[in-house]
Design a protein around this ligand. Structure first.
Ligand code: KG4
Ligand code: ZN
Length: 343
């Protein structure tokens, strides 16, 4: 009989639960998004996110179990993402997981949310992908890893300021496009000229540095559209073609940097597989340019399908590897909200 894992995810603004077996079959999955709660603030408000997780976590677990057609008693292991994320959000998942571990007397496993994003590629591919270069590009993170095994990730570099998705969201807000900004900027970019504006590609010419910086790019867009000192962008009245050109030029700058750094990571590690996760991996231009680079390098590209790219609990199946290695946690397990940045 396969062992059944309940995996929980509440690091940011998605409340998610999944039932997966130790042979990586997904029996049931549920995700409750909070986009509509944060939309009017054009970004995630941590306190609102935490309160919404409290309301949603039990119904979401219940839905995942029903979709898997099992009861709580049939679970063998419970796993939860404990790092990185918003403190209040992480705590809700952790308390739920500890409660189940104690009540059902089953082992508790801690999941690193970013490692899980990379592992999502292996779940989707249905075959082992390690060793590989792992890349996570989301609203909160832009990270490159040397992934020697599902248990051995070395951070090669991350963003030193804004994440790639965060830059999309902030630029969308400047341009009067809806939240979340990534899909809106990408859609506007379709009819724009990527060379209309020459925006900065930070740290691109330093191939030894696998860090990213997107806050200067966002500022460059800001000063292109408005004079210093302006605070209200809602009255700017940019015409559609200008918004399209700004979107396309901005997107091109982000994609150039992401692709170049991914290639640098491949060359540095010598790995022949690149596994990409996170919401920005849904970006069409990014996928196209990654494909061109990967083919030229004679490597293989793995990007999880959109439902496994954005936050979900299925990717928490990386817990199976930890459980097999005996990495079981005690009930004093704590959250680690902060990102560990390279020195
Ligand atoms: O992984 P995710 O769902 O949540 C986080 O963990 O952050 O990623 C959400 C991010 C948002 O910043 C959103 O704007 C961005 O992914 N995103 C995109 C696209 N779709 C989502 N960015 C660029 N192009 C897209 N098509
Ligand atoms: Zn994420």
């Amino acid at each position: 009989m396969p062992k059944l894992f309940l995996t929980l995810e509440s690091t940011c603004d998605e409340t998610a639960a999944a039932v997966v077996s130790d042979d990586l079959n997904v029996l049931g999955s549920a995700v409750a998004s909070q986009d509509e709660l944060h939309e009017r603030f054009q970004g995630v408000v941590p306190e609102i996110a935490a309160r919404a997780h409290v309301e949603r976590i039990i119904p979401v677990i219940d839905l995942a179990l029903r979709r898997a057609n099992i009861t709580l008693r049939e679970l063998d292991v419970v796993a939860v993402a404990t790092t990185p994320g918003l403190a209040g959000s992480l705590l809700v998942g952790l308390v739920a997981a500890k409660t189940l571990s104690l009540a059902l007397d089953i082992p508790l496993i801690a999941v690193n949310h970013l490692h899980a994003h990379v592992f999502a590629c292996q779940i989707a591919a249905g075959e082992p992908l390690f060793p590989c270069v792992g890349m996570v590009v989301s609203g909160g993170h832009t990270s490159l890893y040397d992934c020697r095994s599902p248990l051995d990730f070395e951070l090669l570099g991350g963003t030193i300021d804004d994440a790639a998705g965060e830059a999309f969201d902030k630029v969308a807000s400047l341009l009067g496009l809806p939240y979340p900004g990534g899909p809106a900027v990408a859609a506007a970019a379709e009819s724009g000229d990527p060379h209309a504006y020459r925006f900065p590609r930070a740290l691109l010419t330093e191939p030894d540095r696998l860090e990213f910086s997107f806050s200067g790019l966002k500022t460059a867009v800001r000063y292109t559209i408005a004079e210093p000192g302006r605070r209200d962008f809602s009255t700017l009245d940019l015409d559609t073609q200008t918004v399209a050109n700004l979107s396309a030029s901005f997107q091109e700058a982000v994609v150039d940097v992401l692709v170049a750094k991914a290639m640098a990571a491949i060359r540095r590690t010598g790995h022949v597989r690149l596994c990409v996760g996170g919401g920005v991996a849904a970006n069409k231009r990014f996928r196209e340019q990654l494909r061109v680079m990967i083919d030229a390098e004679d490597c293989q590209l793995y990007i999880a399908p959109p439902s496994l790219c954005t936050d979900n609990a299925v990717m928490g199946a990386i817990a199976v590897e930890r459980w097999r290695a005996g990495l079981v946690e005690s009930l004093d397990l704590d959250i680690v909200p902060g990102l560990v940045r390279p020195k």
